[in-house]
Design a protein around this ligand. Structure first.
Ligand code: 13P
Length: 265
């Protein structure tokens, strides 16, 4: 099966793993994924690790000279200055990162992040050449009421003013239904495909057809080695944003290998 866009598997470690865990994780990746650590190879799937902010430098150093990207789980809404505790997009970019996760449902729901704050973070990401991974997705009540599509479209519409001028290759959108995050309960592959299609069509009608063809749409929510291919084989799903199952290098390698095997069919 051929993917029109470059597939991406993104690990969101959330608030997990310590220094020594990360050292052995990266060592295992090097041993298990030798192609990703050879300069002149070009792996068919992009791999991205998003550790906690304080370990971005460590991950960057351990994965140096590899084709594994690193990204943050957060960037500040502010460019810089007297904002105690905050880490700017410029600092994240300065550490060699290429991506940042924005608008994750845990940020929205546990930390009260508003659409305006999400938009300001997206703006900061663009200002410093980080690709935002914009997370959208409905809660269980909304899904049960059959209103998931209008819910996600509203989330996208709220960000239009920040996304209106973007170019191809500058955006990733992750569809993460909240009821499937960390619960072991998955969206069906058809649900993921339907929403990925809707997101792509939204980008096509509101941003541009060029960006619609290039935007990578990921599915996230209880993805693991045993089910990743179901999502990955959908035409509009370009990869996954993985939480729990990304915390072990072994399972990360297994997911990547399952997707690589699917690409060769
Ligand atoms: P789980 O894979 O643990 O369900 O988490 C998904 C997620 O929130 C990734 O951002």
């Amino acid at each position: 099966m051929m993917h029109e866009r470059r597939p991406l598997l993104a690990a969101n470690w959330k608030q997990n793993l310590l220094w020594h865990d990360i050292e052995s994780y990266c060592e295992d990746l090097r041993a298990g994924l030798p192609d990703y650590f050879v300069e002149d190879s070009e792996p068919a799937i992009d791999l991205l690790i998003c550790p906690p902010l304080c370990y971005l430098g460590l991950v960057g150093a351990l994965l140096e000279d590899s084709h594994v990207y690193s990204g943050s789980q957060l960037v500040s809404m502010e460019g810089g200055g007297a904002f105690t505790g905050e880490v700017s997009a410029q600092m994240v970019a300065d550490l060699g990162c290429d991506y940042t996760i924005i608008g994750h449902s845990e940020r929205r729901n546990l930390f009260g992040e508003t659409e305006e704050q999400i938009g300001r973070r997206i703006q900061q990401a663009f200002d410093h050449d980080l690709v935002p991974i914009l997370c959208v997705g409905e809660d269980l009540e909304t899904r049960r009421a059959g209103r998931e599509q209008s819910f996600v479209l509203r989330q996208l519409d709220a960000q239009l003013q920040y996304l209106g001028d973007i170019d191809a290759g500058e955006l990733v959108v992750a569809y993460e239904p909240i009821w499937a995050i960390g619960t072991g309960e998955n969206a069906s592959a058809e649900d993921a495909q339907q929403m990925a299609r809707l997101i792509r069509e939204w980008v096509g009608s509101k941003v541009s057809s060029k960006v619609s063809e290039s935007v990578q749409v990921l599915y996230g929510g209880s993805v693991k080695a045993g089910n990743i291919v179901e999502y990955f084989s959908q035409p509009d799903v370009d990869g996954a944003l993985i939480g729990g199952a990304s915390l072990s290098s072994e399972s990360m390698i297994a997911m990547l290998q399952a997707c690589l095997a699917q690409l060769r069919i």
